[in-house]
Design a protein around this ligand. Structure first.
Ligand code: HGY
Ligand code: MN
Ligand code: MN
Length: 416
């Protein structure tokens, strides 16, 4: 049994028209006009495939191929994008999942359970990183939602209301026994598969991540009259921290640390900055390494602030722990590859995924698909059509196994 690659490629091309950018990528912020259009189109595609579609209060979408009652097998990913993102990140997993559900239905595969495609809300975190999958694991509280705004300052509650969602209902966490396993297909977003000549791989673990923001506070002054040795220039502290990150990451092999945005106040060329807020994103494959990196970044920020006579405001989240993928789900993916005549390599994920959250409560696995130059979060993102087919066929084989097995995987998730 294989996917209908032409149908899948058509879907990928159509979804990419929602929020299409001149560079060939997509800009599809959660609950933007482009995202709402994409959701409506996708809902139609799911209903046309005979799936039962429902939504929850945070905007997650569930499209189910009905099977016997009991824990359902889930697959899926997200369709929102980073600003000026690519057309495969998230979208490939959602549309491959839809194609797999269509094929399972068309082939009348004797299901032991329902199979549900989940489209997770706001994975890219315009409002909050992994918003939808976090809600599924921890529950969704309208009071917390009231504190969240998008990158552009739009309140989440307004966005959910505009999307026609009933925000007054708290979303409970996934109940025990609701989900048998979760499988997410995603482009690798890194260079390993391409370097090794593999089209498809099995994820064995997802890195841990910390982040948030650190703000340096100084004093605004006239840029022409205030002597250089009598300034409390907030940007000096921020620049010092940014310059120190490569050194900090080098002392913890496998780690990465990024400042992706700097916000300077008042933000005028002729004013010594009174404040500079840097965003932070740092990741490490081990929990101990992540905590050490977190501590080193905070130390460095304190040192940078002291050195330039600045005050410091630290707003960093509790780091998300690295997590291992479930052995039996990995086994189902491996067996699917073997049946297709391919020995699939295993590799870790340096990007975060909804699978990271789901793995806390449900046996979870991921299929990675090669992407050109390992590039992602840019319009340059590309996966060859043949690799799309290879990845989706592996997903189909894995889902068919997990959907028909008498006993679903029950391994407890392993956080490091
Ligand atoms: O940031 C991440 O790792 C993911 O792409 N949201
Ligand atoms: Mn992404
Ligand atoms: Mn993604």
């Amino acid at each position: 049994m294989k996917v209908d690659l032409d149908r899948l490629l058509d879907d990928i091309a159509t979804l990419a028209t929602f929020g299409a950018t001149a560079e060939g990528g997509v800009d599809r912020e959660s609950f933007s006009t482009a995202d709402l259009g994409a959701r409506a189109w996708l809902t139609d595609r799911c209903e046309a495939a005979g799936l039962t579609v429902r939504f929850d209060a945070v905007g997650n979408v569930f499209a189910t191929l009905e099977g016997p009652p009991g824990p359902a097998l889930w697959c899926g990913s997200h369709i929102d994008s980073v600003p000026d993102g690519g057309r495969y990140d998230g979208a490939l997993g959602v549309l491959s999942g839809l194609e797999c559900l269509r094929r399972l239905g068309e082939e009348n595969v004797p299901l032991a359970r329902s199979v549900t495609l989940v489209v997770f809300a706001d994975e890219e975190g315009s409002f909050d990183h992994l918003l939808g999958s976090t809600a599924l694991v921890e529950g969704f509280d309208p009071e917390r939602a009231a504190t969240l705004t998008s990158r552009r300052g739009r309140p989440l509650l307004e966005a959910l209301g505009d999307a026609g969602l009933d925000v007054s209902t708290p979303r409970p966490p996934v109940a025990e026994g609701e989900v048998s396993a979760f499988v997410e297909l995603h482009i690798e977003q890194g260079p390993v598969l391409e370097r090794d000549g593999d089209a498809v791989g099995i994820v064995d673990a997802i890195v841990g991540m910390g982040g948030g923001s650190i703000t340096f506070h100084g004093r605004a002054d006239h840029a022409g009259t205030r002597p250089m040795d009598d300034r409390r220039d907030a940007v000096r502290g921020a620049a010092d921290l940014v310059a120190g990150l490569p050194g900090l990451a080098a002392t913890a092999p496998g780690s990465v640390a990024t400042v992706g945005s700097i916000s300077v106040r008042p933000g005028a060329a002729n004013v010594v900055p009174r404040s500079a807020r840097v965003s932070l994103d740092y990741r490490h494959p081990s929990a101990a390494g992540l905590m050490a990196l977190h501590a080193a970044i905070v130390d460095r920020a304190r040192w940078s602030a002291d050195d330039h006579g600045l005050d410091l405001e630290i707003d960093l989240m509790e780091p998300i722990a690295p997590i291992r993928m479930d052995e039996r789900v990995q086994g189902a993916i491996r067996d699917a590859g073997t049946a297709l005549g391919v020995s699939l390599p295993t590799l870790p994920s340096g990007a975060l995924h909804d699978a990271q959250m789901m793995a806390r409560v449900v046996p979870t696995g991921m299929v990675f698909v090669r992407c050109r130059d390992g590039r992602s979060h840019t319009a340059h993102e590309h996966t060859d059509d043949a690799d799309v087919g290879a990845g989706a066929d592996v997903l189909l084989g894995a889902l068919a196994r997990l959907a028909t097995q008498e006993h679903p995987p029950t391994d407890a998730p392993t956080q490091e």
